[in-house]
Design a protein around this ligand. Structure first.
Ligand SMILES: [Mg+2]
Length: 418
């Protein structure tokens, strides 16, 4: 039963049965490695981006986690904690291929509402699936169909009255967990959790809550709507208040992005003015692609560099409205020519002063040809594979990008690395 309530800009739906099922693959990258390489099964495994003692693990198998190794642990430290650990270089392509198979397997059981990252998705349950026993049956079916793809591919599933608590539930038991939080479980079941177990409470927010005298979930739950608005600084706090109570909060509209940014810490071989330029062009092409995807045009380009010697430099340029890669590269060149000497370590580009299709005026027509060129390139890249066509200046950067991993989002098939 849904009772929509309008309150301070948010549309709330009261759900009296379970409505969301959240699927989270456990130690996903490490599990894919164990799936592909039987000799790694039941062994401590860590996935690393480059073969170096001074890089961090980007995933750890549960056997490695037992030694205290997790995402972010330095390779050197991981070796100390577990001399027997096996390291695997990240293989982006395999993770994406399994992601596609897993999502298709879930979709065959029940439509997916949203894919949230390479190893997470959420399903909105309707009709009889909202009954807990049916939702649990569905969870088992989903787990079985993922395991059919590979017996190392374990997942944790959470079921609850809103997306937020379904995610919280999926984290309650790992690996291979199935947990639910019913309306009648709120708030007692939540009181067992630490503040940082909730999405949206990172170390900074935890500190802010502590400063307000809030140390436990119970203390957080007992805050009124007004206090949470104050602590979070607005509607996010209000949303958190309702989320904790199992109420699904729908944002009535998706706010439009005000900027598109890309930044990259350069691999050692690109830490020269020439190398950094190649990366900058590549980042700019990605940003321009995003503009075109969201039907936005930019009127301002910002470039920032951090140098190996610790120096920083930034500059910006007001430009004609554009979403076209070639025009943007010419604008970038103007800024690039002004940069100081030195070897850049990090390149950041931001496009601001965005305007969207429904806001733009007729003056665009004189740039139509270039835009058509960019769109044609996007079309070809979509159809024939990533990076079939790109501007020559970014060639080396694209070739070097193969090992980068998407953590929080699905890799960009249209314009990203292989
Ligand atoms: Mg996961």
């Amino acid at each position: 039963m849904n009772l929509p309530i309008k309150l301070q800009g948010l549309i709330l739906k009261r759900m009296f049965s379970v409505c969301y099922l959240f699927v989270d693959l456990n130690s996903y990258f490490a599990a894919v490695e164990q799936q592909l390489h039987p000799e790694l099964r039941s062994r401590p495994v860590a996935v690393i981006p480059t073969p170096s003692d001074y890089t961090s693990c980007i995933a750890a198998s549960y056997e490695a986690k037992a030694y205290g190794i997790k995402t972010g642990t330095l390779v050197k430290e991981a070796k100390r904690l577990c001399p027997n650990i096996a390291f695997r270089l990240a293989n982006h392509r395999h993770y994406v291929e399994y992601h596609e198979k897993i999502m298709a397997a879930i979709e065959a059981c029940h439509p997916i509402q949203q894919i949230l990252s390479i190893d997470e998705c959420v399903l909105k349950l309707g009709g009889r699936d909202q009954k807990l026993e049916n939702a649990i049956k569905l969870a088992h079916e989903i787990r079985g169909s993922i395991l059919n793809l590979g017996n190392q591919l374990k997942c944790s599933i959470g079921i609850s009255t809103n997306r937020f608590l379904a995610k919280v539930a999926s984290d309650m038991q790992k690996p291979n967990g199935l947990s639910y939080i019913l309306k009648s479980d709120i708030p007692e079941k939540l009181y067992r959790l630490k503040l940082e177990d909730f999405p949206g409470i990172g170390s900074r927010m935890l500190h802010r809550l502590n400063l307000q005298g809030i140390q436990t979930t119970k203390e957080l739950y007992q805050q009124d709507l007004h206090s949470l608005r104050q602590i979070w600084g607005g509607i996010v706090g209000e949303r958190f208040y309702h989320n904790l109570r199992g109420v699904e909060v729908e944002t009535p509209y998706t706010p439009r992005a005000k900027s598109v940014g890309q930044s990259h810490v350069l691999a050692p071989e690109f830490r020269s003015p020439e190398g950094a330029y190649k990366i900058a062009v590549r980042l700019l092409q990605k940003a321009a692609f995003r503009l075109r995807e969201t039907r936005a045009w930019t009127r301002h380009l910002h470039l920032a560099l951090r140098f190996e010697n610790g120096g920083r430099w930034k500059s910006e340029l007001a430009i004609h409205e554009t979403q076209d890669s070639l025009s943007l590269i010419q604008n970038l060149n103007q800024l690039w020519n002004k940069k100081p000497n030195g070897n850049p370590k990090k390149v950041s580009l931001v496009l601001t002063h965005l305007i969207y299709e429904d806001e733009k005026n007729a003056s665009f027509f004189d740039r139509k040809k270039r835009e058509e060129l960019s769109h044609a390139m996007d079309k070809i890249n979509r159809k024939f594979g990533k990076n079939i066509l790109y501007f020559a200046a970014s060639h080396d950067a694209i070739a070097a990008a193969k090992n980068r991993i998407a953590f929080s989002k699905i890799p960009d098939f249209d314009f990203d690395e292989n």
